[in-house]
Design a protein around this ligand. Structure first.
Ligand SMILES: Cc1cc2nc3c(=O)[nH]c(=O)nc-3n(C[C@H](O)[C@H](O)[C@H](O)COP(=O)(O)OP(=O)(O)OC[C@H]3O[C@@H](n4cnc5c(N)ncnc54)[C@H](O)[C@@H]3O)c2cc1C
Ligand code: FES
Length: 316
């Protein structure tokens, strides 16, 4: 991971569903298992890389399970594959299992809720670059908003396993406690020790929660929580790296903080994607060039989705 991950073994693979657990009103965790060439291709997938799922043949859930506001959208045909990143990847006995943390927001993700054990899904991947570890870093700060927590949990696993001299702290934000995509928060004593979330604690990673309405943890945006933490930290900014994933307005704020404090920062950008492999040009991200005031467009699916925050022209 010290170099950008490559998508060298990418292909179209069949995965078998091994679980699909609801963990919140709109949040689910889908387990997929690959064998053969798919298992090999996904075994070393880097945190932040993604795959395109074909949900065109997946059935809708029963009518009483379709939220009213999605009733019209539910009927739309799913022509394009949908991109998803991974919350966890494990390999055992020549099989690779990947977990996807997903939120139900439209016809594709709604259909995903009806997937059950033994169903099969066509998956194109691994795609995109993923997060990387610059030389000389001692502190990694993982800053997520909403569903951005998925790839950062995968990153926490990799950092704590392969980069043991790096201290990792996670910050997870959402509008309200109900919109935090985690199973359960830890008890009060664990929270006092700085371990709010089980999903990060399992890797020994401290985590802090921030909610806009103050219904849990820090009251306010997760970026203010990060700023407060940085204000108390005595680590050198040059030895830190921030990894961030979530809504673009949050990424823009994280990038601004990183610039002001002179901290390396990588942001995972999200764009609507059609092909996922650099052909359709639908996922353009405006990036700065070395010349002041000049910008170019890069493809989120092949040049990203992870970018150095300094290079992005944010519009929010
Ligand atoms: C690299 C990448 C990784 C992703 N990883 C995850 C993940 O781990 N978990 C997860 O829940 N979601 C993830 N997403 C988002 C996911 O692809 C969308 O939620 C999904 O495509 C929605 O499909 P749908 O048919 O349910 O809804 P759609 O009808 O396609 O979309 C519903 C609404 O959401 C908006 N929307 C959908 N996708 C995007 C997007 N990419 N950017 C901005 N607005 C969008 C649409 O404009 C529309 O208003 C990721 C996206 C990208 C690009
Ligand atoms: S999704 Fe087609 S070029 Fe990126």
């Amino acid at each position: 991971m010290s170099e950008k991950c490559s998508a060298a073994k990418r292909g179209v693979y069949w995965a078998t569903v091994c679980g699909n657990k609801q963990i919140g009103e709109r949040f689910y965790r889908l387990g997929l298992e690959f064998s053969g060439a798919g298992a090999e291709a996904f075994a070393k997938i880097g945190a932040g890389q993604f795959a395109q799922l074909d949900l065109s043949e997946t059935a809708l859930p029963p009518a009483d399970k379709i939220p009213d506001e999605l009733a019209d959208a539910a009927e739309r045909k799913i022509l394009l594959r949908r991109p998803f990143s991974f919350v966890d990847v494990t390999t055992k006995h020549n099989k690779t299992s990947v977990d996807i943390l997903y939120c139900v927001i439209g016809p594709g993700s709604l259909r995903m809720t009806s997937l059950s054990a033994k169903d099969t899904v066509s998956v194109i991947g691994p795609l995109g670059n993923g997060f990387w570890v610059p030389d000389g870093k001692k502190t990694a700060l993982l800053v997520s908003g909403g569903m951005g927590a998925g790839p950062l949990q995968h990153l926490a696993k990799i950092l704590t396993a392969d980069f043991r001299d790096i201290n990792v702290t996670a910050f997870a934000g959402a509008k309200t406690v109900e919109e935090l995509p985690f199973e359960r928060q830890l008890d009060e004593i664990s929270q006092q020790l700085g371990f709010w979330l089980r999903e990060f604690a399992r890797y020994g990673v401290e985590s802090l929660v921030a909610t806009d309405d103050g219904s849990s943890g820090f009251a306010g945006p997760v970026t203010d929580c990060l700023l407060e933490w940085l204000g108390k930290s005595d680590s050198a900014c040059e030895s830190m790296v921030i990894y961030s994933c979530g809504p673009e307005a949050m990424l823009a704020r994280v990038a601004k903080i990183a610039k002001e404090k002179n901290i390396d920062c990588q942001v995972s950008m999200e764009r609507r994607m059609a092909c996922g492999i650099g052909i359709c040009q639908s996922c353009a991200v405006e990036c700065k060039t070395d010349r002041p005031g000049e910008s170019i467009y890069k493809m989120c699916c092949t040049d990203g989705p992870v970018f150095n925050s300094k290079t992005i022209v944010f519009h929010s």
